[in-house]
Design a protein around this ligand. Structure first.
Ligand code: ZN
Length: 338
């Protein structure tokens, strides 16, 4: 009961990339970079094991940002043609690369690293990929007739990658869809159909992660505009419950998400955020246990997996290590208390 896991990203060590920033520059290159990424991933695997986590991952040490690992090798994107675009419905302005031709995936992206990771731990291994809707919200479209068409093409390419990652030995594949919490009607129209396409034929456990974003200033400001009760999940969860995804990862701890929205996913396992991802605050095991037990008032404990609210990439490595330990200890305490 209460198997623990994280959303995915963890900080990069300062010898590998600039610390505590969301779009850091690598500090190594070529083979030294890849060796460094493996060393960093191995260190985080051991940290997760030592913290008592049950499902582990690479902390996204092989990618600079959660969407830009998969995208790096995709053809059809002009990285030099930057288009200024408001992303997440104008929450941030960013100069994003532009899709100028048909998208294709000439080679696998994370598959070799997934196979290597499999050989480094006996615990169940989770690999994360960006979801198709979120990819479309991070790129400008100058080729496809509609954004939905671009999403479906990305879904086909993600599906190829996910099937290969499954064959390489991953136990869990998670698609990150923070955009689901922003473009609510579009989730039903094309976001979920694209996610279903991305998951087609997978036999491993599938997850969709839907959050209110990293603990960075732009998100903190956005959250302050959402009022006292955040209702986004309320609209999309019934559609997600009817989908084929097996687990839903959601923000919970310290948020204004009404706790009873958990009841809208009766057929899913829930990765509830028992750990906040704001910089500077380390919760105690007791607080984590309290969050887990609060969630268990609404969801059968057998369907609850304590997790982090979002990725921890922008935090300090020391704080992230503390949070991994608090998660493991908090889940252990909750198992004793229930
Ligand atoms: Zn997130």
């Amino acid at each position: 009961m209460f198997r623990t896991t994280t959303v995915g990203s963890l900080p990069k060590p300062d010898w590998l990339a600039e610390p505590e920033t969301l779009w850091p520059a690598w500090r190594l290159s070529g083979d030294a970079l890849h060796d460094g990424q493996r060393r960093a991933a191995l260190e985080w695997l051991r940290e997760q094991e030592n913290a008592g986590l049950d499902i582990v991952g690479d902390g996204e040490q092989f990618r600079i940002h959660f969407v830009h690992g998969f995208l790096e090798d995709i053809e059809g994107i002009d990285w030099s043609l930057k288009t200024r675009m408001g992303i997440r419905n104008n929450r941030y302005e960013a100069d994003v690369p532009t899709v100028t031709g048909p998208l294709s995936r000439p080679r696998p992206r994370h598959v070799d690293d997934a196979r290597w990771l499999r050989s480094q731990t006996h615990l169940p291994l989770k690999i994360t990929l960006p979801g198709p809707m979120t990819l479309c919200d991070t790129l400008a479209n100058a080729h496809y007739a509609q954004r939905a068409d671009m999403a479906m093409r990305f879904a086909e390419l993600l599906n190829e990658e996910a099937l290969a990652i499954e064959a390489a030995g991953a136990d869990v594949i998670q698609f990150d869809e923070p955009a689901f919490n922003v473009f609510l009607e579009e989730v039903r129209e094309w976001g979920l159909p694209a996610l279903e396409r991305a998951m087609r034929g997978l036999k491993v456990t599938t997850v969709v992660h839907i959050c209110y974003g990293y603990g960075i200033e732009a998100n903190i400001q956005w959250k302050s505009t959402l009022g006292d009760s955040w209702r986004q999940y309320e609209q999309i969860f019934p559609w997600i419950n009817a989908s084929s995804v097996q687990q839903v990862s959601l923000e919970f701890a310290g948020s204004k998400v009404p706790h009873d929205v958990l009841r809208l996913l009766p057929d899913k396992e829930l990765l509830i955020g028992a750990i906040e991802v704001l910089p500077g605050r380390l919760e105690s095991a007791e607080e984590v246990a309290h969050n887990i037990l609060e969630a268990s008032r609404h969801v059968d404990s057998s369907r609850l997996l304590p997790c982090t609210n979002c990725g921890m990439a922008p935090l300090s490595a020391e704080l992230a290590r503390g949070k991994l330990r608090a998660l493991g200890a908090g889940a252990k305490l909750a198992r004793q208390k229930i």
